[in-house]
Ligand binder design. Structure first.
Ligand SMILES: *[C@@H]1O[C@H](CO)[C@@H](O)[C@H](O)[C@H]1NC(C)=O
Ligand SMILES: *[C@@H]1O[C@H](CO)[C@@H](O)[C@H](O)[C@H]1NC(C)=O
Ligand SMILES: [Zn+2]
Length: 306
């Protein structure tokens, strides 16, 4: 029986992350975007037969998806850097190459672009539709698996409008805090949600909170994923938490400054309305002369289309 609308909303702690700028790895600034999972619409996407045959399951998982062993994953290729909670950096040597702790970029990470380009995390959500109405250029959306199965229609609309879809995990986990199996589960279920909705396997991966190190990379690479980071952070999520140290006008000022400096990748969010309000104005500042992450590096849109 279907209950009335249940809003499961949880606040997520986040780090101030901005590659290229020095940041204090030990400071957690405040709360991040509230990611809303809308109960009434949850699991709108039917669970595919191929997934039942493969996993033995009959419904999409909750926030903590089960690990399903895959024969192409070689556990021996995963270095045993220690898991650590978000903000508790420094437990691993520098060669763990953490983006959020040390601004470390691996050889295959994408973090900038010849043209200054927007990217959007945390959708699909009803707010995404407002962006679609306005966007005149193709941009990149990093989707959460759980939101994809909540809003498959919005995912498809985004993709059909010509935008590039990348993975942002299943349920927005801070991956370096998880076991190898839990990281794999976050990735595999995200990919399966994208395949079941868009009939494609993603190439591009955006780690929540910028939480990626060489242990996480060793896993995501085995899925053929490549990390798409950023070098300009709007901190638009601080508006959601009404963080008084961030105003809309500050964001626009910084975007104008970035524009005068040349290319780059800008981090924005489409999981709720407030950051989308800002994004609509950022589109006006930047105009449509932007690239998708794939175009930035002349790479493929997807690993595979079905
Ligand atoms: C966006 O992508 C679609 C589909 O790949 C393509 O047909 C369209 O020309 C692209 N639009 C722009 C403005 O590049
Ligand atoms: C991807 O989706 C297709 C159906 O569109 C299905 O046949 C295939 O098994 C799926 N593959 C995986 C590994 O998700
Ligand atoms: Zn996110």
């Amino acid at each position: 029986m279907k209950s009335s609308l249940i809003l499961l909303s949880f606040s997520l702690a986040a780090l101030t992350v901005s590659a290229g700028e020095a940041s204090d790895p030990d400071v957690i600034t405040s709360k991040a975007s509230d990611i809303e999972f809308v109960g009434e619409q949850y699991r709108q996407l039917p669970f595919p037969r191929w997934l039942t045959e493969f996993t033995g399951m009959t419904r999409w998982p909750d926030l903590d998806p089960p690990y399903i062993p895959l024969d192409f994953i070689d556990m021996d290729k995963i270095p045993d850097f220690k898991p650590y909670r978000q903000g508790l950096c420094g437990v691993n040597p520098r060669d763990a190459c953490s983006f959020d702790c040390d601004n470390c970029i691996a050889h295959d990470d994408v973090y900038t672009c010849p043209k200054l380009s927007q990217t959007f995390d945390d959708g699909p959500s009803p707010a995404t539709l407002r962006l679609l109405n306005k966007l005149k250029h193709n941009t990149t959306f990093f989707a959460l698996g759980i939101n994809t199965v909540n809003h498959p229609d919005i995912y498809r609309k985004t993709m059909e409008a010509g935008h590039l879809m990348g993975s942002h995990t299943w349920s927005h986990a801070y991956l370096p805090s998880l076991s190898n199996e839990q990281i794999i589960a976050q990735i595999q279920w995200s990919i399966w949600a994208m395949n079941a909705t868009g009939h494609h396997f993603p190439k591009w991966f955006r780690p929540p909170y910028g939480g990626i190190d060489n242990r996480v990379r060793a896993i995501t690479r085995q899925f053929g994923l490549q990390a798409a980071l950023w070098n300009h952070d709007t901190f638009d999520w601080k508006l959601v938490s009404n963080d008084p140290i961030r105003t809309e006008e500050q964001i626009y000022e910084e975007v104008r400054k970035w524009k005068s400096q040349g290319g780059g990748l800008i981090l924005e969010h489409d999981g709720s309305h407030r950051p989308v309000d800002v994004a609509l104005n950022v589109i006006d500042i930047l105009g449509p002369d932007q690239m998708t992450v794939a175009q930035c590096v002349n790479g493929p849109d997807y690993i595979r289309n079905f």
